[in-house]
Each structure stands twice: as structure tokens, then as C-alpha cells.
Design a protein around this ligand. Structure first.
Ligand SMILES: Cc1ncc(COP(=O)(O)O)c(C=O)c1O
Length: 338
């Protein structure tokens, strides 16, 4: 089934379906672990002509197992293009370095994953790229922070670690009225819970290490794009201009593991959402718990977004009386039982 047709399936089918391998008809895709591929001047010319995904030369530039994962991500995220990366941080760095140059400016939410915040606040400043941090729930704060050289507005769908839910539509409107690209980290929601590209976001970055892999045994990332602001081949441009130069491709075995994770994403997440709701309920008034951060609780001021993000209740964070806040994954929950 062609990608465009797969995009019309229901989410569960989109996630579960992988077309049989063309050469062998295997229903489980083969893993191509080759670092190098035989090529000649014709193949090289095809690469120069832009046929980049159809021909292979060297693993750092792309590989069929990686393309298989990219296709699966494209389908579940509702994207026009996808670029797989070695990690979630590689997806974020490659996206920002591909979009920005010295002298550019970013507006970013105060709450993002710590390494993202540190990269914006420390590393990118070394290259004369500045960031203003704001509360993206406030349109006034975003508007006040925008400068003539602002090129990107960046936020997380559900922020790590505060679980704050971003109001996507107003952010996109402010950005697009000014020709600014919107980049969103969708890791904590996953495409099962939320697909920001459907709401006008230009680029979604994912740490596939989390819900997409699902078993705490693989690191990987993805950049997904659907944008009227960026050229159609933008991700192919940054594959070659940025990802290949930084050297951060997704390894073939990891691509295969993540592709397999996608096939069970909806069943795992459905259960995770149910469990998170039950846990949030239980811990809300528990004497050993100071605070529960959970996007589904009444106290969450962003509940008004419920209609746009129907199933955002996939994660909870507990702040225990005697320890720092804990992001609850299945392994930690097992620990709590002792
Ligand atoms: C929201 C978010 N984005 C990005 C990352 C980075 O992902 P990775 O560890 O795959 O590089 C993380 C990691 O915890 C994260 O929580």
C-alpha cells in the first residue's frame, strides 16, 4: 500500500501496517546493516540530481532500514517528509542548526527538556543564536519577545517536566502571521495522543527513545515536516547539509527496533493513558505525595485544550515528600511497589 493511502487509514492500522519487503516479500522488514554500498558514476549522478533516498552510497548518508522507519513515522505523524536521527537530541540539534544561522533569534517556552534548554541557553549562544524564553501559554509574552530576526518559535506539546500543555493554534497563528517557523517537540504526547502538524506546526521533533521505542532499549529520533513556509525538500537539504556533516544518522538495528515499536504504539499508549489516569487519581490526595503533575487533573489550568488533545493523559509526574519529582515510567512504578 502506497504511503498516501496508508495516511488515510485509522491510526491503529497506520501504526500496525508495514508493507512487505519488495525484494523478498518478507512481512517483517529486513535489517540492512551495511555501512557501504556499491555505486558507480550513474548512481553518483542520480544523487547529485537529488534522487537521494532511492540510491545508497554510505550508511551515514542514509540506509534502507532508516528509510523504512522514516516512512512509518511520516504515516503516523501525518507528515510530508521525515528524517530519522541517532537520538531525540540529534533531531532537535539538526533541526535548529538546519534552520538557523548566526544572528538569528528563537522564542522558546521556559519549560523544555533540560538538554534542549541548555543547548538554547548555552551552546547556541556560542554561535550568536539567541533565545528569549517565555510562557507560550501567553500570546502577549510571545508577541513581546518576537524580534525582526526571530526565525523559530519552539515548544513541547506536553512539556518535560512540568506537563504544561501548549496552546498550539494561537502559537502557530502568531508565528505564521510573521513568517516564523514553528517547531514542536512531541515526545511526551507521541503521535498517538497528538499530531501537531495537523494544527499547523511546521516541524515536529520526537525522541523516539520514549513511547515510540517503548521498551527502554533503544535510542533514536525523528524530524517530521509538513509546512507551507519551508521548501518541500527541506529535510533532504538538512539530511545532507547538517545531519551527514554532524554525523548523527539512526543506526539500522535501532531503526528496525523503533519501527517495530510503532506497530504496538496505540495499544501500549491506550493502556498507559488509562494507568496514568488511575495513578493520578490515587496519588492526588496521597499523604506521601506533595504534588501530582498530570494534564488530566481538574487543577490543570490547561484543561480547556481537552478537545484538541483528547487523550493527552498519558504520563504523570509525582513529587514525593522526601525526593525530587519523578517521571513515572513502567520501570519506576515497579520500584515504588517495594
Ligand atoms: C521531551 C524530550 N525531548 C527530547 C529528549 C531527548 O531525547 P533523546 O534522549 O532520545 O536524545 C528527551 C529525553 O528525555 C525528552 O524528554
Amino acid at each position: 500500500m502506497k504511503i498516501e493511502k496508508r495516511k488515510n487509514l485509522r491510526f491503529d492500522s497506520k501504526a500496525a501496517y508495514v508493507p512487505p519487503d519488495e525484494a523478498t516479500k518478507a512481512v517483517t522488514p529486513p535489517i540492512v546493516i551495511a555501512s557501504s554500498f556499491q555505486y558507480d558514476s550513474d548512481i553518483f549522478q542520480r544523487i547529485l540530481d537529488g534522487e537521494r533516498k532511492d540510491v545508497n552510497i554510505y550508511g551515514r548518508c542514509g540506509n534502507p532500514s532508516e528509510y523504512q522507519f522514516e516512512d512509518q513515522m511520516m504515516v503516523i505523524e501525518g507528515a510530508d517528509a521525515c528524517l530519522a536521527t541517532a537520538s531525540g537530541m540529534a533531531a532537535i540539534s539538526i533541526t535548529l542548526l538546519g534552520l538557523l544561522k548566526s544572528g538569528d533569534h528563537i522564542v522558546c517556552d521556559w519549560t523544555t527538556y533540560s538538554s534542549t534548554h541548555e543547548m538554547l541557553d548555552h551552546r547556541l549562544t556560542d554561535y550568536n543564536i539567541e533565545t528569549t524564553f517565555v510562557d507560550t501559554a501567553s500570546s502577549a509574552e510571545i508577541e513581546a519577545a518576537i524580534r525582526p530576526n526571530t526565525k523559530v518559535i519552539y515548544f513541547e506539546t506536553i512539556a518535560n517536566p512540568s506537563m504544561k500543555v501548549a496552546p498550539i493554534a494561537p502559537i502557530v497563528k502568531i508565528a505564521h502571521d510573521r513568517g516564523i517557523v514553528v517547531v514542536c517537540d512531541n515526545t511526551f504526547a507521541s503521535p498517538y495522543v497528538m499530531r501537531p502538524l495537523d494544527f499547523g506546526v511546521d516541524i515536529v521533533v520526537e525522541s523516539a527513545t520514549k513511547f515510540i521505542g517503548g521498551h527502554s532499549d533503544v535510542i533514536g529520533g525523528a524530524i517530521c515536516m509538513k509546512s507551507d513556509l519551508l521548501p518541500d525538500d527541506f529535510l533532504e537539504q538538512i539530511r545532507w547539509n547538517t545531519m551527514v556533516k554532524l554525523g548523527a544518522p539512526l543506526a539500522p538495528f535501532n531503526a528496525w527496533m523503533l519501527g517495530r515499536g510503532i506497530q504496538t504504539l496505540s495499544v501500549r499508549l491506550e493502556r498507559a493513558c488509562r494507568s496514568a489516569a488511575a495513578l493520578a487519581d490515587y496519588f492526588e490526595n496521597h499523604p506521601s505525595v506533595k504534588q501530582v503533575w498530570y494534564p488530566g487533573l481538574e487543577v490543570c489550568s490547561l484543561l480547556k485544550l481537552k478537545t484538541a488533545m483528547k487523550r493527552l493523559r498519558c504520563l504523570i509526574i509525582l513529587s514525593l515528600a522526601a525526593s525530587p519529582p519523578v517521571l513515572v515510567g513502567s520501570e519506576q512504578l515497579l520500584k515504588f511497589r517495594h
